[in-house]
Design a protein around this ligand. Structure first.
Ligand code: GDP
Ligand code: MG
Length: 301
């Protein structure tokens, strides 16, 4: 029964957690009941997105090191088919990453398939919400930022870090508007490259007239993930962003995005995001707010 597995997962049993995630992923009988029973999850979610090869997995690896070193429990969802978390990656990378697989405070789940619509994994919202409720201190989601998925990840994560590398000049230009919308933080990784300083300057100039929903400036950090340089600053910056008042404002927007996607899957008719957000703002005042119950009652309107 999922009830028992949930209790075991909350006690840190990773096998039970894996079974539960598969239970939801495969839509086994009772999965909707499980989702509707979840309390408002307390663990914040960090989205790590950016082009392939930018160093996302290496950064995730370094962040796991920092947080487990502080005695924290960390979960990672990886939706990057090219990632070292997956088969087919360079052997060295794979060995480095898999060293976490047996760590009692680290849970890593790779989601191999992408959504049929070209977006993220079809059950990513549900899997993330489940992870939020089983006692982790941090949840990281690694995705390849290509078009649509950045926007999706922004709707999923409380804080989104966009990872760039100095040579990404043209990529930044084309991804510009989407990136500015979703990024709470930019990380220029591979700062050991000689053109890093110039790249950061360009990025700063580009972000200066930011027409985003954010009022404060978006931090830009530099890291050398392979040497773990800049990682403690990255970790503390992420923690600071998790505490920021802007995040609280973002919460109803975030829930609206998630509800919109969940509702969209169930029926094809147009739903007004504005009306949805108004209703969510009211509903989320309730202490036992649950997105899945909200969505099913919204459907029956
Ligand atoms: N020079 C340099 N190489 C890096 C750095 N970070 C990652 N790499 C390398 O870049 C490659 C891609 O890294 P990976 O973490 O797999 O990127 P992902 O595709 O974004 O997850 C690997 O060979 C890493 O060793 C860095 O800061 N400097
Ligand atoms: Mg990767």
């Amino acid at each position: 029964m999922w009830q028992e597995k949930l209790q075991e997962a909350k006690k840190g049993d990773h096998k039970a957690l894996a079974r539960l995630l598969s239970f939801v992923e495969n839509e086994q009988p009772g999965f909707e009941e499980l989702l509707a029973s979840l309390p408002p999850g307390s663990t914040p979610v960090i989205g790590i997105t950016g082009p392939p090869g930018a160093g996302k997995s290496t950064l995730v690896d370094a962040l796991i090191s920092i947080w487990t070193g502080q005695g924290k429990k960390v979960a990672v969802l990886c939706v990057d088919p090219s990632s070292p978390f997956h088969q087919g990656a360079l052997l060295g990378d794979r060995i480095r990453m898999t060293s976490w697989y047996n760590h009692p405070d680290v849970y890593i789940r790779s989601l191999a398939t992408r959504g049929s619509m070209g977006g993220l994994h079809p059950k990513i919202i549900e899997l993330t919400d489940l992870l939020r409720c089983v006692g982790f201190d941090q949840i990281l989601i690694e995705t390849v930022g290509v078009g649509q998925s950045e926007v999706e990840i922004a709707g999923l994560a409380d804080v989104t870090a966009v990872i760039l590398v100095p040579e990404a000049g043209d990529e930044v230009q084309t991804m510009k508007s989407g990136l500015m919308e979703v990024a709470d933080l930019f990380v220029v990784n591979k700062a050991d490259r000689p053109d890093a300083a110039a790249f950061v300057k360009n990025l700063q100039a580009m972000l200066a007239p930011a027409f985003s929903r954010k009022t404060s400036t978006i931090p830009i950090l530099q890291t050398v993930a392979t040497r773990a340089e800049g990682i403690s600053t990255l970790a503390t910056t992420l923690e600071t962003l998790q505490q920021s008042p802007e995040l609280r404002d973002k919460k109803s927007w975030l829930l609206t995005e998630k509800a919109y996607q969940l509702i969209g899957r169930k029926r094809m008719s147009d739903v007004s995001r504005t009306r949805l957000q108004e209703e969510i703002k009211t509903a989320m005042q309730q202490k036992d707010f649950n997105l899945y119950r909200f969505v099913s009652s919204f459907n029956s309107d």
